[in-house]
Design a protein around this ligand. Structure first.
Ligand code: HEC
Ligand code: HEC
Ligand code: HEC
Length: 122
């Protein structure tokens, strides 16, 4: 029986593609530990702390880097970076949180709070 290589090639490619697809799966099914808490509290200084619905933002925004390219996936990292000058006070608030909420609101879409008391609670 003659087996043509070019007949096997598509099979080999399919198998390879399947292996690659399977190899990617574990990275997508992050445990809740890797995803961080469902909600978390950010230090808001004298205005009072902010409760961030973390999971809701992950689901809405899809891309972790929207926030975590600015500060790492670590509790307390914003404060640590403000302490050593890597972030200015209110930089995350203005450049990240409020920028997005304002842009969405302007576009007529569901947006997060823009008023101080919408985020800061005493
Ligand atoms: C809207 C902004 C935002 C997005 C988007 C976001 N995070 Fe976070 N994440 C935060 C903030 C804020 C903190 C806490 C930082 C601090 O305490 O200074 C945090 C903390 C974490 C922590 C550390 C929790 C702990 O207790 O140490 C992990 C893990 C994490 N995020 C994972 C993720 C993953 C994975 C994604 C994407 C699926 C994601 N985050 C998307 C804002 C975000
Ligand atoms: C969308 C949520 C949000 C809104 C709305 C908001 N803030 Fe903030 N604010 C934050 C976050 C997050 C931080 C902590 C990170 C930072 O300093 O950028 C913060 C920090 C602060 C701090 C502490 C800064 C420091 O390091 O001492 C003050 C003061 C403050 N906000 C005042 C205000 C005032 C005044 C308003 C209304 C005009 C307001 N915020 C509206 C999210 C918000
Ligand atoms: C890229 C866009 C984007 C960024 C960045 C972002 N948000 Fe939001 N935020 C949203 C959207 C979208 C909603 C949901 C609006 C809705 O569904 O009603 C929301 C909702 C919220 C709510 C209200 C949740 C509720 O259930 O009432 C809070 C509080 C909030 N965001 C705080 C923050 C803080 C604090 C930061 C910065 C650390 C931040 N957001 C960064 C888009 C963003």
């Amino acid at each position: 029986m003659k087996v043509h290589l070019n007949r096997l090639a598509p099979v080999a490619i399919t198998v390879l593609a399947l292996c690659l697809a399977l190899a990617v799966v574990p990275a997508q099914t992050a445990t809740s530990d890797q995803k961080g808490p469902e909600t978390l509290v950010i230090d808001g200084g004298r205005k009072g702390n902010i409760t961030l619905p973390h999971r809701e933002h992950q689901q809405n925004l899809k891309d972790c880097k929207i926030c975590h390219s600015i500060f790492p996936k670590k509790a307390g990292s914003i404060n640590a970076m403000k302490d050593d000058g890597a972030l200015k006070k209110k930089q995350v608030m203005n450049k990240l949180c409020l920028n997005c909420h304002r842009a969405l609101k302007k576009a007529g879409r569901d947006a997060g709070p823009i008023s101080c008391s919408g985020c800061h609670k005493k």
